[in-house]
Design a protein around this ligand. Structure first.
Ligand code: RB5
Length: 154
């Protein structure tokens, strides 16, 4: 599986570490930058990864900035994207199982590299849940399409 990955300067070191780790786990990556710790604007990089996932070029993506907040805001503006900012493995597991997150967002200034690796592994190994989880994700999709989800917010 090929995973889209991107960051700003605040997430550069974590991106580089996670690329090595993903390779160890048997995944390949498409790196959308940035390529150094020189200051850049996170929306530019978040958008590239989010569009790649939304188009179906990649099944999943990973975005990293200083806090993870900016990248999550950007990615969730792109229709079809469910980006989840995770700070522990419980959130990582639930974001896949419950929310069918297709982009994992991390904050390099918030968590360490070791925890980031555990979060990534957990996230990639968790399958999307069916039943009520599927139904709720369908409602998110309906909201996104401007249909109101057939009964208001859930
Ligand atoms: C960059 O200083 C920082 O604002 C960015 O990496 C991120 O934390 C934004 O949400």
């Amino acid at each position: 599986m090929k995973i889209a990955i991107g960051c700003d300067h605040g997430g550069y070191r974590m991106k580089e570490d996670l690329k090595d780790y993903l390779q160890e786990l048997g995944y390949s990556t498409a790196d959308f930058g940035t390529d150094s710790e020189e200051s850049v604007d996170y929306p530019d990089f978040g958008l590239k990864v989010a569009e790649g996932v939304a188009r179906g070029d990649f099944p999943l993506g990973i975005l990293i900035c200083g806090t993870g907040i900016g990248m999550a805001i950007v990615a969730n503006k792109v229709p079809g994207i469910r980006a989840a900012l995770c700070t522990d493995t419980f959130m990582a597991r639930c974001s896949r199982e419950h929310n069918h997150a297709n982009i994992l967002v991390l904050g390099e200034r918030v968590i360490g590299l070791g925890l980031a690796r555990d979060i990534v592994k957990t996230w990639l190994e968790t399958e999307p849940g069916g039943g009520r989880h599927q139904r709720r994700v369908e409602k998110i999709r309906a909201i996104e399409e401007g249909c109101g989800g057939g009964g208001g917010l859930v």
